[in-house]
Design a protein around this ligand. Structure first.
Ligand code: 5GP
Ligand code: ZN
Length: 141
């Protein structure tokens, strides 16, 4: 429990939420400002700052709930698709620093655009980026 964390307050019922799902380790509730109606947030009850802060065994549990819940959101609001996403760190748009998974129902003609795409200069530049990422994976964690 982080005293100034809004999602910890929701877990502790100090702040109300439209609860969709709850188990021993998780809570899911409607996002107060939905991208589309039915936009749901899945959170671990324990305060982890972001995805990187979450232990692997916890993430495995969360992942299986995420799959079930995403299907329920999609079917429940009769959506045509669903975006599942995590914003990590403020540069990526994270505003609430308690790990959470966005489940956003999407409709064929909802008019929302995905991120704009950039281009690599050439194949060599693309290879450099591939190498940078692969190098990190080889490092002991
Ligand atoms: P972030 O940008 O950190 O990934 O997303 C935080 C999300 O939490 C936002 O989509 C925002 O609308 C939602 N949110 C912020 N405060 C509250 C709240 O008090 N209750 C609920 N239900 N959602 C909130
Ligand atoms: Zn918290």
């Amino acid at each position: 429990m982080e005293p100034n964390c809004i999602f910890c307050k929701i877990v502790n019922k100090e702040i109300p939420s439209s609860k969709v799902y709850e188990d021993k380790h998780h809570l899911a509730f409607l996002d107060i400002a939905p991208v589309n109606k039915g936009h749901t947030l899945l959170i671990p009850k324990q305060h982890y700052e972001d995805l990187f802060d979450m232990p692997e065994d916890m993430l495995a549990l969360t992942g299986s709930i995420l799959k079930k819940l995403s299907a329920a959101v999609m079917k429940g609001v009769k959506a045509d698709g669903v975006n599942v996403g995590v914003n990590n760190k403020s540069a990526a748009g994270q505003i609430v620093f308690h790990a959470h998974f966005h489940i956003i129902p999407r409709f064929n003609q909802d008019g929302l655009k995905a991120w704009p795409h950039k281009k690599y200069e050439n194949v060599d530049e693309m290879g450099t980026y591939k190498d940078k990422i692969q190098m990190q994976l080889l490092k002991p964690s």
